[in-house]
Ligand binder design. Structure first.
Ligand SMILES: CC(C)(COP(=O)(O)OP(=O)(O)OC[C@H]1O[C@@H](n2cnc3c(N)ncnc32)[C@H](O)[C@@H]1OP(=O)(O)O)[C@@H](O)C(=O)NCCC(=O)NCCS
Length: 334
């Protein structure tokens, strides 16, 4: 006999209730890495805007940094850990193919058996997680979702590779997404361009690594220049679409938090989108490097701490990276 199922019953709107971050503790200046890649502090600063980056110690694991960032986000949200009913972790540097690091994070946080899973969307992962969290809260599959962006890219970086050694870094950021009276997370604009799959990727797949005579870590490789051109132009359109879909103009935007990949990309995007001078722009890359999925929450958390972003402000996120994959949305700062 057929019957009618109950519909899922979610909140009318979703918002970011709290945010937290963790910065890996080793400060690595350009001077420390230039010899291995025949480069200079001047070249790295001019081309990327990076002065120093953070690399993790042995104790600062993906799980440890995630838990530290999450505790701050949960405290900022003013909820109890038991109220978290789903944990979504965006990362490419958890070294187990399975199980997901999300389950271990849930256990260490003392959460009450939440749904817990990892997603792989590289540098765009955190914005994918925010989109999922928003839809889960509104769709009724969770009331409070903890979204984490975390990377230990120093493990995946070849310190002798000129194209990547000065870029990648380590850290974690987390956000609690929950129900609200007003929309706090605008419609996501996201997509991918798989034709450019090879531009940023792990060098070999694991079977080739194991079959090699002298197995070596399958580090990340990147063809920087085409990625740079793609990000500087295509992502401005994506950002504009996110503003349009949220129903706000650049004049109504308070804060711009693009993925922290390169200071010149950040400037090019702000220029192309004609953001007014009043918009505060995240520039965390200068002393953090590119922390991939962690870069947006790390940058926003610092702006909140410094008083540059205030509760109730509108902020535009744009994230992009390997895949190529991208996602953007306007959010209200918690
Ligand atoms: C990596 C990046 C900083 C390189 O800057 P670029 O301006 O594109 O530099 P290019 O690769 O065109 O190289 C320019 C010159 O610098 C040289 N060069 C490359 N790497 C160098 C290094 N580390 N130090 C010194 N010189 C270097 C090149 O050999 C080239 O020399 P040539 O002009 O004599 O041929 C830039 O491409 C970038 O940031 N790309 C995007 C990264 C990104 O957004 N990733 C996102 C997702 S994670």
């Amino acid at each position: 006999m057929s019957g009618t199922l109950n519909p899922s019953d979610g909140a009318r709107h979703a918002t970011i209730l709290g945010i937290g971050s963790y910065r890996a503790s080793r400060v690595i200046p350009n001077a420390e890495i230039v010899d291995a890649i025949d480069s200079s502090d001047e070249w790295i600063q001019q081309r990327s805007g990076i002065k120093t980056r953070r690399w993790a110690t042995a104790e600062e694991t993906v799980q440890m940094m995630s838990v530290a960032a999450s505790r701050k986000a949960i405290e900022h949200a003013g909820i109890d850990i038991a109220q978290i009913d789903a944990i979504v972790v965006a990362t490419v540097s958890h070294m187990f193919q399975t199980p997901a690091v999300a389950t271990a994070i849930a256990h260490e946080l003392g959460a009450d058996r939440p749904a817990a899973f990892d997603i792989s969307a590289a540098c765009a992962g955190f914005c994918h997680g925010i989109a999922l969290g928003s839809d889960m809260v509104r769709g009724g599959s969770a009331k409070h979702v903890l979204v984490i962006g975390v990377e230990r890219l120093s493990d995946l970086t070849d310190v002798g590779d000129r194209g990547t050694a000065f870029i990648f870094a380590d850290g974690a950021g987390a956000a609690v997404v929950g129900p609200s009276d007003q929309p706090g997370i605008g419609p996501v604009v996201w997509g991918s361009d798989g034709e450019q799959f090879d531009l940023i990727r792990q060098r070999e797949d694991w079977r080739d690594v194991i079959a090699a005579e002298n197995p070596r870590m399958p580090h990340l490789t990147m063809q920087g220049n085409p990625v740079f051109r793609w990000a500087s132009y295509a992502m401005a359109k994506v950002g504009q679409e996110a503003l349009d879909r949220a129903g706000i103009t650049a004049d109504q935007l308070d804060v711009f938090v693009p993925h922290q990949a390169n200071m010149r990309i950040i400037d090019a995007l702000a220029r192309s989108m004609k953001l007014p001078g009043t918009v505060k722009i995240a520039r965390d890359i200068a002393d953090m490097g590119n922390t991939s999925a962690a870069s947006i929450p790390l940058a926003l958390d610092r702006m909140i701490e410094d008083g540059e972003a205030r509760s109730g402000d509108t902020a535009l996120f744009i994230a992009f990276g390997a895949g190529l994959a991208y996602a953007a949305q306007v959010v209200v700062v918690p």
